[in-house]
Design a protein around this ligand. Sequence first.
Ligand SMILES: CC(=O)SCCNC(=O)CCNC(=O)[C@H](O)C(C)(C)COP(=O)(O)OP(=O)(O)OC[C@H]1O[C@@H](n2cnc3c(N)ncnc32)[C@H](O)[C@@H]1OP(=O)(O)O
Ligand SMILES: O=C([O-])CC(=O)C(=O)O
Length: 467
Amino acid sequence: MLIRRSFNLLSAPSRSPVFAAWAQLVRNKSTAPAGSLKARISELIPQKQAELKDLKVKYGSKKLSEMTVDMAIGGMRGANALLWDLSLLDPEEGIRFRGYSIPELYEVLPSAVKGGEPIPEAMIWLLMTGEVPTEAQVNSLTEDLNSRAALPEFVERILDNCPRDLHPMSQLSIAVNALQRDSIFAKAYHDGVHKKDYWEPTFEDTLNLIAKLPLVASKIYRNVFKDGKVAPFDPKLDYAHNFSNMLGYGSSEEFTELMRLYLVLHADHEGGNVSAHTTRLVGSALSDPYTSFAAAMGGLAGPLHGLANQEVLRWIVHMVEHLKTKNPSKEQIAQFCHETLAHGNVIPGYGHAVLRKTDPRYVAQRNFALKHLSHDPLFQTVSNLYEVVPKILTELGKVKNPWPNVDAHSGCLLCHYGLTEADFYTVMFGVSRSFGVLSQLVWDRALGLPIERPKSMTMESIRKMFD
Ligand SMILES: CC(=O)SCCNC(=O)CCNC(=O)[C@H](O)C(C)(C)COP(=O)(O)OP(=O)(O)OC[C@H]1O[C@@H](n2cnc3c(N)ncnc32)[C@H](O)[C@@H]1OP(=O)(O)O
Ligand SMILES: O=C([O-])CC(=O)C(=O)O
């Protein structure tokens, strides 16, 4: 990697450098270095704006789907109601990021290790631009992100003062909201920035936030579960390598590779999931990227969404303790599933609002496990669950998708390398999710998307409509 300068992230820059950077940006529009991600987005914007205009002219009045009363009551399932260009979810095939399926990502994106996992910076570039980056572009993005990774000292102090029993996701939201002090978008809006330029401060905030999240997450992890000390940031390393170092697992190359896979897989899942939709919704009021992302993290912290990865591990640990064996048989697992359902609880990690087949993100993690940890007892249990749970859920007769989702697998991989603290898992999910939802937010502003405001109805008004 290209980075030369060395600095200590834990010695804080004041807010002034951030705003000095913005003042420079305003004075000199050409500050995006040639070949940088920002320069490329700037080149793509007129093209995308024209594409959107054409879409509106040609198809503006066409129907995407009917809206029924059932859909309004039932969480808007099946309503094609959002524009989201970064990824598309097919119920059978699963996610495609900018048109690429997960196996295709392995073919096109560069990796840090020969034949290894795709590198997260390449994913960010792909999501932002729709283009597969060259190695030079990936390196320039790593350098750019590393130069933005330091935290203001007051944010570190806030995290250091959080009680250890405050959930890591709450700490993440607090930290992101605190980072908002340095929002370049909020400042630019206050200073009257022209609406056609909104994307630029949104981009700056986005890259700053994505860059800072690994340190925020690592501080939370080290404070809550370890000795509070975070390994120094190394500006010569890539995003995932620094993240695994700061968490305390960087001595394992395999863990760093897992981190790369994890950060790529969780980055985006089209626009209707709770964290993506929240970012879009809150951002549509021109709330800055920090505020929008903090709101999204509130959604990701729900057990039916991102917190399910925490719940999966807790549930498996509970099962193993309850059955007093590290290797429960399929019959024992089935019995435990029936008990869970009888208590009125869901089987975490199974089911999906859109998918109707095994999540390809589950498959990618399973492939990683088969390659690196096939004899791990927890992996054996996760595999046995895969054979047992779908049949049981199908028998319920009401579950639309009995297959595992992404959250059914991640904990078992992290546990193998010693990261066993399930309450932390959703924070890692959040770091990755920032790539997609914030990249789309940059495009929301570049395309001038309006404030989101669907119409609601009362029960009475619905009745009156049809009686
Ligand atoms: C990153 C992610 O967000 S992936 C999702 C992570 N969440 C989980 O793994 C939690 C477990 N799964 C679930 O709760 C659900 O499958 C969801 C939230 C993911 C999707 O919800 P829906 O689209 O409403 O699912 P669906 O239409 O199949 O639900 C129908 C019924 O089956 C139930 N059901 C669905 N999945 C499960 C499950 N894993 N275990 C038990 N019951 C289930 C629903 O609770 C619902 O029951 P109800 O009619 O009594 O209220
Ligand atoms: O798509 C969804 O609703 C949930 C999900 O898997 C994700 O956000 O990754």
